[in-house]
Design a protein around this ligand. Structure first.
Ligand code: ZN
Ligand code: ZN
Length: 603
């Protein structure tokens, strides 16, 4: 039999997981990776099926198993995972009889944030931070006998360990054995119970924890049953939180006290995603959450004598039928794309020999040709420049395998652009232009009464800022700081049914920003609240773009509607957009903006 595990966008760790299960089952097998997913050829289905049922973890990218007639022969290159510990490894950490009891670096070939220790390709122990640590005899034996750790570059245990320190003022406690690791986490938990702040160097970067909520805090779920009582989360959202990729999500807080303390009704929530956060919450299961921030002070700290590489946290959003990554790298990178042979670079990210990762991990790169979206950043005799918006939208089409169909797509990012795509062909249909160089002047000369509006507004709320991007300046008009994030954060607090209509229009193919600003100003002068205006701004822009796309799409007889760009990835905008275009498609295994483009410009 040949089984096809349908995996979207890479999932190299699932390949390792499935291979370990085939070995564990003691069967003859062949395994390969193709664009559809992971192929496994077996001489018998049992006991593999039973093992898979028990040992395959849930992933955002794994969409079930089907039978296959073809069997490709590509074995993917070794790349480090950047996911959470798997259930087997968690069990080792929590079982007092296991030799890895309470050891926070417990991991296997198909789990954990291995990227934290990874220096550069090729991925092998000597190219990681553990290069200087020799595995003990038991670990060496495991490298040969345990299918989950066969040839695993980062194997370690309390006998060949990475020591961990707990520092409390002038005292420090070093853990080097299971007993000491256990003691260290108990002491840290006790300090948290006493109301102290604890800084932990986790595998995903430094985090400052508290048992009490504080302004701007994010939430780490400690006790799921108790957490569920304080949050409003859909079943799909709960499921996503505990997938092996462990993204963060936004959730509405139902607990008034927590709302007050963190300063808003929407919180960023996550489940534990490394050995440190797991062992810490195990000591605190009588609490619904630990509250944390990415950097901060603490009376105590936990660290270890290596400096882990960190990736940006990934944030996931589920809106009606659509689910997507708004941003991030953790759980998403490095990514292996089986069919990709071209090289491309965008920002900090490189696609080379089928792998997408940060540029510095590749060392020296030799490629015949490099594709990019940015002029002047690549020095190569054969550089191909493509448009970023087109690249981003092509990546959406490619992920949904609709490249051959006629589509219209909106790129809503640092530029606002519409593209028409059909197979190899593609063209920009519209570019909505920039903010006017002198915004105040453009507003004052817009129409009769505009000048008076501008004066009334400045008298009451101060001058309109003459610099900053669209979101910073629109935010300033409606009384919100923090640019795009500030506006979205406030819009999500809106509890009403619908917003007011903000002027969105085109004049001679250009977006008339001055009308939009004048419209926001008159609502503000009229006494409208910032929350209503933030929501209305996103809703009106969504209405405008979706209606325009609908019209242009009908004229061009398109079959697909695509959306990409960082400003599209928020709930108020998307839920409105989806009402007008329910069949909308966005990226799935790539974030809505940034390195998604690498997948599109190489198609
Ligand atoms: Zn594991
Ligand atoms: Zn060992």
């Amino acid at each position: 039999v040949i089984l096809l595990f349908r995996v979207q966008g890479g999932g190299r760790y699932l390949f390792d997981r499935i291979e370990a299960l085939a070995q564990m089952a003691g069967l003859q097998y062949t395994i390969a990776m193709g664009s559809e997913g992971i192929y496994l050829q077996l001489d018998a289905l049992q006991p593999f099926a039973e093992l898979a049922e028990r040992e395959l973890y849930t992933s955002l990218f794994f969409h079930g198993i089907t039978a296959s007639h073809e069997m490709p022969d590509t074995r993917p290159p070794e790349i480090p995972a950047s996911i959470a510990p798997c259930p087997r490894c968690l069990k080792e950490m929590s079982d007092p009889k296991s030799r890895r009891y309470s050891y926070p670096f417990t991991s296997c070939k198909s789990c954990s944030n291995q990227y934290a220790f990874f220096l550069q390709y090729p991925y092998k122990r000597s190219n990681t931070l553990l290069g200087a640590i020799k595995p003990c005899s038991q670990c060496q034996e495991e490298l040969l006998s345990n299918p989950f750790r066969r040839d695993y570059p980062l194997i370690s245990c309390p006998a060949c360990n990475i020591p961990v320190a707990l520092r409390d003022g002038r005292r420090e406690f070093w853990a080097n054995s299971s007993q000491e690791y256990k003691q260290l986490f108990s002491m840290a938990a006790q300090a948290l119970r006493e109301g102290k702040r604890l800084v932990v160097q986790t595998l995903n970067g430094e985090r400052s924890f508290s048992i009490r909520p504080f302004r701007g805090a994010k939430l780490l779920i400690a006790n799921l049953e108790r957490a569920k009582r304080e949050l409003l989360l859909l079943p799909q959202e709960l499921q996503a939180l505990f997938t092996i990729e462990r993204p963060t999500l936004f959730a509405t807080l139902s607990n008034e006290e927590i709302r007050e303390a963190i300063g808003g009704s929407i919180a960023t929530v996550r489940a534990f995603n490394d050995g440190f956060t797991y062992l810490l919450i195990r000591e605190l299961w009588d609490h619904p959450f630990l509250y944390y921030e990415e950097s901060g002070e603490g009376e105590l700290s936990i660290d270890f004598p290596l400096t882990p590489n960190t990736l940006q946290e990934s944030h996931y959003l589920i809106s009606k039928g659509l689910s997507l990554f708004t941003q991030g790298e953790l759980g998403l990178l490095p990514k292996y794309i089986p069919e990709n042979l071209k090289s491309a670079v965008v920002g900090d990210h490189l696609l080379h020999q089928g792998i997408i990762d940060r540029i510095q991990r590749f060392g020296r790169v030799e490629a015949e040709e490099i594709t990019t979206c940015e002029k002047g950043i690549v020095e190569h005799p054969r550089t191909v420049i493509k448009e970023k918006g087109e690249g981003a939208l092509r990546s959406v089409a490619r992920e949904h395998t609709v490249e051959d169909r006629k589509s219209i797509g909106l790129f809503f990012s640092h530029r606002w652009q519409l593209y028409y795509l059909h197979g190899e062909r593609g063209r920009r249909v519209a570019d909505f232009g920039d903010l006017p160089t002198n915004l105040s002047h453009s507003i004052s000369t817009l129409r009769e009464g505009s000048s008076k509006l501008l004066h009334t507004f400045s008298d009451r709320f101060g001058e309109l800022p003459e610099s900053g991007d669209f979101w910073e300046r629109a935010g300033a008009v409606i009384g919100i700081e923090g640019g795009y994030r500030g506006v979205v954060g406030r819009a999500m607090e809106f509890g009403g049914k619908g917003g007011v209509s903000i002027d969105c229009r085109l004049r001679e193919g250009r977006f008339e920003y001055e009308s939009l600003f004048a419209s926001l100003m008159s609502y503000r002068v009229g006494g409208a609240e910032s929350t209503l205006l933030a929501y209305s701004l996103l809703e009106s822009l969504a209405d405008f773009f979706s209606q325009l796309m609908g019209e242009v799409g009908r004229d061009l007889e398109v079959e697909e509607y695509l959306l990409a760009g960082k400003y599209a990835a928020n709930t108020p905008f998307l839920s409105r957009f989806l009402r007008n275009i329910p069949s909308l498609k966005m990226n799935r295994a790539y974030p809505a903006d940034g390195y998604n483009c690498l997948y599109g410009i190489t198609s």
